[in-house]
Every structure is written in structure tokens, then in C-alpha cells.
Design a protein around this ligand. Structure first.
Ligand SMILES: [Zn+2]
Length: 238
């Protein structure tokens, strides 16, 4: 009888010992933001294109990240929970401004994102922009986004002076494209390190102002002026 009483008392002590006083500071969970990386992004009421479009967001706009459902990202949109395609946003830690995902590729030049990946107006001859445009001064260094082999280094067509590099990252083959360069610092057949100098930013080919047009394709390079083809939004891999 006495033993049983002691057990109950000990149990009560343990429970009270576990109670956290209201004044104890609780460390905040890591919070994230997402940044829009396409020109115009549909905001929907649910996590698929079958849900109603309730608004749109512009390139560079940021929102509080609320989670993910499949390939859809939950955001705080004007105070309520809405959904956007994860393909077109980049998740960041809102405290450190560091990228929240492991970077498989480097951002190839320091510059300002002036056109994101995704549907485009058609005024430059394409209705899908299969890469990103980073505006930077002529002569700014362009670096290889990953280790690879240069398969194209020439002046040709709309890309002007451009380089293509093939890579294998985590078992997946990719081809990256660096277009409108001023100078080329590599030749076809050459191996290049991640971060290795490819050339410099320029305004050659079908280009309006000094910028780098950069693409990432899964496997070999496939171009379409109206669909993604096998291109991916580089921001999903940085
Ligand atoms: Zn472009």
C-alpha cells in the first residue's frame, strides 16, 4: 500500500517537472519564403491546375512559405493560404536568405534576374522562355554551373557567342547553355570545373542589352519556342 502511494507521488512529480512554464522562450521553427522566378505566375485555390485561379504574382515577388503538396507550394497570399506551382518559385530561409535546397548547380553569373523561366509574351519570337536572363555589365565573368565537358563553343544564330556544357550530377545527365557572350574562354572538347570560367557576359546574337541567357536541359539540348521541352527552371537546381 505504501509502495503504491510512493509510485503515484513520483509520477505526479515527473508530470509537473515536464510542464513548461508559460514564460519559457520557445525557439522559433525555421521559416521560409518563396521568390517568384517566372514573369507571371498563377495563384490557385488548390494544389492542381483544376483549381480556380484566384490571382497572379510577378517575377521577384516574395511570399511566406506554408508548405508543399506534391509539386505545389502553399503560400500566404493576401492573408490566406493559396497554391502556386513549385516549378516557378525558389524557396529561401527567410532569416539567412540562404537557398533552402542543396545547390546542384552554381548561378553562372552575378547579375539581376530580368526575365524568368516560363511562358513569355511572344514579342521576341518565343512564347516560352526556356531559361533565365541575368543582366550584368559587359565583361562580367560567366562560370560553369557544374563540372562538365564543353560540347559547343561558337558564334551561331540567335544565341550569338555561346557555350554548351554536358554534366552528370547525381546520376542525371544535363546540358547547360550560356548565350549572348562577349568573349569565349573555352573550346569544344575541353573539360571544365564547377565555377570554371566559360567567358564573359555580352550582347551578341538575338539580344537586347548586355545579359547572360542561361538554360538547363535534362539529358541533351532540345529547343522549343513554345514549350519547356526538356528544359528545367534553373532555380529549382541552384
Ligand atoms: Zn533569355
Amino acid at each position: 500500500m505504501k509502495k503504491q502511494l510512493m509510485t503515484i507521488t513520483l509520477g505526479a512529480l515527473l508530470v509537473s517537472g515536464l510542464t513548461v512554464p508559460a514564460s519559457t522562450p520557445v525557439e522559433a521553427a525555421t521559416s521560409y519564403k518563396v521568390k517568384v522566378t517566372t514573369n507571371v505566375l498563377n495563384v490557385r485555390s488548390g494544389p492542381s491546375t483544376s483549381y480556380q485561379k484566384v490571382g497572379s504574382a510577378k517575377l521577384g515577388q516574395t511570399f511566406t512559405y506554408l508548405g508543399a503538396t506534391g509539386s505545389w507550394t502553399k503560400i500566404n497570399y493576401n492573408g490566406s493560404t493559396k497554391y502556386v506551382s513549385s516549378t516557378y518559385v525558389k524557396k529561401y530561409s527567410s532569416t539567412s536568405l540562404q537557398t533552402a535546397t542543396a545547390g546542384k548547380f552554381l548561378i553562372p553569373a552575378k547579375g539581376t534576374l530580368t526575365q524568368g523561366y516560363g511562358p513569355a509574351s511572344g514579342k521576341y519570337g518565343y512564347t516560352f522562355h526556356n531559361g533565365i536572363d541575368l543582366a550584368a555589365a559587359k565583361g562580367t565573368t560567366v562560370q560553369s554551373a557544374a563540372y562538365g565537358e564543353v560540347i559547343v563553343a561558337r558564334n551561331y544564330g540567335a544565341y550569338g557567342n555561346h557555350v554548351m556544357v554536358t554534366h552528370t550530377v547525381d546520376g542525371q545527365a544535363y546540358t547547360t547553355v550560356y548565350a549572348h557572350l562577349d568573349r569565349l574562354n573555352v573550346v569544344k572538347g575541353q573539360k571544365i570545373a564547377k565555377g570554371g570560367r566559360i567567358g564573359t557576359v555580352g550582347n551578341t546574337g538575338n539580344s537586347y542589352g548586355s545579359h547572360l541567357h542561361f538554360e538547363i536541359h535534362k539529358d541533351k539540348y532540345v529547343y522549343s519556342s513554345s514549350t519547356a521541352a526538356n528544359s528545367v527552371n534553373p532555380y529549382t537546381l541552384f
